[in-house]
Design a protein. Structure first.
Length: 365
């Protein structure tokens, strides 16, 4: 029972703290600390990012931010930087000589509020839900405690304790039998089976009480409502400079049901529009209705076995930390862009992605 209390209290407290620290909760909160660290030159130098690589990162941040600010101005949407990452990737090694370093990059994500009325409605709904949820959890806990004090629960518990006592007493009295006590003698196994039987009844009794609360069905309904609010309120745009794999939907999070069609965007190596159904296993895969993936520069246009688009440099020795590099680590070789939201809004945003300007920053062999 104690575990239930801690779990629920943590969920509710987390939501309350988000509401205090993040004025636009339940929308995602900016990762302020990571953004500051990613933009700090001293931290990047300590993390083995070379000065010329830092210069490239800063120039790309400026360029990408300007494109996003222009889109926000033209669309009359409110823009916020959500996250940024400028450190080395998992396969990159500190101390690698400049001439052998694989491409270093920058990942940066922006959030746009497309409708302030929808945002306020989302906030209001979440506030009401949080209060009701807290009451439901409190009542559920009270009901479970009441169940544990019921005569039926006491009988099941007494029976489980009875067979546990029989088991421990019997094993102690027959310990000289050695391995035969557990292989030939049927008494220990029988006592354990009976104890488990009554423990299962205890669990089922308290579990039924929780099921009767209806909390899980309310949570499922809330998730559907949240998805609708998020997609009507938010557009999220992610930029990945010198990306080793172009990914629209991270299939490593679990099985994904989606459809995709070509999305015409002039001068892009590849651009596709994805539609994602709500019945996904992983919660992160259920966030967005639609996604547009745009690939610029050095990418293979045939997906690998996982459905990802590999960077060309990852197949010719130019993505390791050993081979001499034809294009140095501080040069931009590719850019992948992921736009999330509902179809109408992400198509509006895609129209303001200045592909020609981004392409002009890419160095080709």
């Amino acid at each position: 029972m104690k575990k239930v209390i801690i779990c629920c209290f943590t969920v509710l407290t987390t939501g309350f703290l988000h509401a205090q620290e993040c004025p636009n909760y339940p929308a995602d909160c900016p990762e302020t600390v990571f953004i500051e660290q990613s933009q700090n030159m001293e931290i990047r130098l300590e993390n083995d990012i070379l000065p010329q690589e830092i210069d490239m990162q800063d120039k790309m941040r400026t360029l990408i931010t300007a494109i996003m600010e222009n889109a926000a101005k033209k669309l009359h949407w409110e823009m916020t930087e959500l996250s940024e990452y400028t450190n080395e990737g998992g396969l990159q090694v500190a101390g690698t000589p400049y001439g052998q370093r694989s491409p270093r990059g920058i990942d940066i994500t922006f959030r746009f509020f497309v409708n302030n009325d929808s945002l306020q409605a989302w906030k209001d709904h979440q506030s009401i839900y949080d209060k009701r949820y807290m009451n439901d959890i409190s009542q559920d806990y009270t009901n479970i405690i009441s169940t544990t004090k019921s005569p039926l629960y006491a009988r099941y518990k007494d029976s489980a304790d009875y067979y546990l006592n029989l088991y421990t007493t019997y094993v102690e009295q027959h310990k000289d039998e050695g391995a035969a006590l557990y292989t030939k003698d049927k008494h220990p196994a029988y006592y354990q089976k009976k104890q488990t039987e009554f423990l299962d009844k205890l669990t089922a009794l308290s579990g039924q009480t929780h099921e009767n609360s209806g909390i899980e069905s309310k949570e499922a309904e809330q998730e559907i409502i949240t998805r609708r609010f998020r997609n009507n309120t938010v557009v999220q745009v992610e930029f990945y400079v010198n990306n080793f794999t172009g990914i629209a939907i991270d299939q490593s999070l679990g099985p994904i049901e989606s459809t995709s069609v070509a999305y015409p965007l002039p001068h892009a190596v590849l651009s596709k529009l994805y539609t994602v159904t709500a019945n996904q296993t992983n919660e992160s895969l259920r966030k967005w209705n639609n996604t547009i993936l745009v690939l610029l520069g050095n990418f293979l246009t045939k997906p690998n076995d996982y459905g990802y688009y590999d960077a060309g440099f990852s197949h010719n020795g130019q993505g390791d930390e050993l081979t001499p590099k034809k294009i140095k680590s501080d040069k931009v070789q590719n850019i992948s862009i992921v736009i999330n939201g509902n179809k109408i809004n992400i198509e509006k945003m895609a129209n303001f992605i200045d592909v020609n300007l981004l392409n002009s920053s890419i160095v080709k062999q």
